[in-house]
Design a protein around this ligand. Structure first.
Ligand code: IMP
Length: 180
């Protein structure tokens, strides 16, 4: 088993880059079919989404636009339960078909907050694509969660955009913490 250390914490290999890419290709096919004849606006939630969005967008062949926004609710390894201000949300989303791109949905607090703010601006539709989802950690019902890469156990993961204390985003594969 391939093990690595990020700062003080030990992680083991969980989802290899190949596995991620195969799944992302399928998500792309699904989105292309669902948005035929439309021009969706992808809104990536920084920082964690950057590699997922980069790979997903290359699979999209309907006309589309890309924007980014930022929100942070995580400090270290435990959710603080606090959601900070949304920064950089595009102004002109009225009447648009929005696809929010997330790295991971944990409790769902961040996403619920983002969805409420976006819906207040009257888009034509809003869906969410998250590379990872921890169903056992989910505390909010989110019906817009349409395109999910992988459902994973309630464990801390790092790599492929996801960080531990700011580190590990550059890892090609996704690793999980060997102890909590
Ligand atoms: P939520 O608001 O509890 O759903 O938390 C969502 C945010 O927490 C994600 O966008 C990540 O930034 C962060 N997060 C949740 N779980 C993990 C994890 O296992 N590894 C790294 N970041 C995580």
């Amino acid at each position: 088993m391939q093990k690595i250390k990020v700062e003080d914490k030990e992680f083991e290999i969980f989802l290899e880059n190949d596995t991620l890419n195969k799944r992302i290709r399928l998500l792309g096919i699904q989105i292309n079919l669902d948005y035929e004849g439309k021009c969706p606006l992808f809104i990536g939630v920084l920082n964690g989404c950057f590699l997922f969005l980069a790979d997903l967008i290359k699979e999209i062949n309907v006309p589309c636009e890309v924007a980014f926004m930022r929100v942070a609710s995580y400090e270290g390894i435990l959710s603080t339960g606090k959601v900070k201000e949304l920064i950089g949300l595009p102004d002109n989303i009225e009447g648009r078909d929005i696809i929010i791109i997330e790295d991971i949905v944990d409790t769902g607090l961040t996403l619920t907050h983002i969805l409420k703010t976006i819906k207040d601006k009257n888009p034509a539709s809003v869906k969410v694509s998250s590379l990872l989802l921890k169903p056992a950690a989910l505390k909010y019902e989110i019906e817009e969660l349409e395109y999910i890469g992988f459902e994973i156990p309630n464990e801390f993961v790092v790599g492929y955009g996801l960080d531990y204390n700011g580190l590990g985003r550059n890892l090609k594969d996704i690793y999980r913490a060997t102890e909590s």
